[in-house]
Design a protein around this ligand. Sequence first.
Ligand code: NAD
Length: 281
Amino acid sequence: MTVPAKVGVLGGGRMGGGIAHAFLLAGSDVVVVDQPDALETAEAGIRRAIATSVERGTALRSRSDLDAGLRVTADRTALGDRDLVVEAIPEIPELKAATLPAVEELLGPDAVLASNTSSLSIDDLATRLTRPARFLGLHFFNPVPVSTLVEVVAGAATDPALVATAGEWVRALGKTPVTVRDAPGFASSRLGVALALEAIRMLEDGVASAEDIDAAMVLGYKHATGPLRTTDVVGLDVRLGIAEYLHEKLGERFAPPALLREMVAAGKLGRKTGEGFFVWD
Ligand code: NAD
């Protein structure tokens, strides 16, 4: 199985740019659609990533072939002939709910529409689509070039054959698919946030220092990074937002600890502000 020949990416930001780059490397012709004021940055980022892959020898296609395979435009109708379109616009429910049906209308009957949403329900996003069987979640991880996990999220109406095919596409990208049924937080956020919230409660309770809590997971369970450091990297505000959502959907076990709320209110958001559970230079 190879990747689809013609891929579209809606939203060429951090994730969309990475997704476009991944499909280009794997052999797809890629159209990226973004807003007029974002085109230059989106295109420059993807072409820089192409150049880096060629320099590092990780690209099997030539630089000119890769460059020719990319088009960045503000014209959404350019998605009309795509086999697969991955939506990677901001995580604003109303924006995605309004945009996905408008994109679906442009596509051929066999085309696949996917969302890179990190938290929204695929079933909710599918309610306004006319072909929900051709819609699913493809949740890439940040940064896309180095993250090998992609969650393939099957909505209640998603064609099971499409879920299997999407898994093969992910493998053709050199990544590993994890198939999950549409459920709050999918697999990764639900488990990752559960661990982080317990680690924060342990810190609150004075069980151990942040360093030692993380070391317990890194050394004891071979995690690459401890739950508190990971929370610093993701952003305490981002984690709080997901915890609030999971709390609402899944109940008390996801109630955000007071310490997390206090730190977010104090502007200690992690690496991006220089301080979270650790101090960052
Ligand atoms: P981003 O802000 O970097 O990029 C969003 C892009 O969408 C921007 O380039 C913006 O100009 C464009 N855009 C906005 N409205 C648009 C529209 N109507 N049509 C076309 N383009 C439009 O955001 P991101 O971090 O790349 O996140 C995108 C999606 O990926 C979100 O759903 C997010 O939850 C998900 N996600 C993010 C991460 C992460 O760590 N950043 C990880 C996994 C999934």
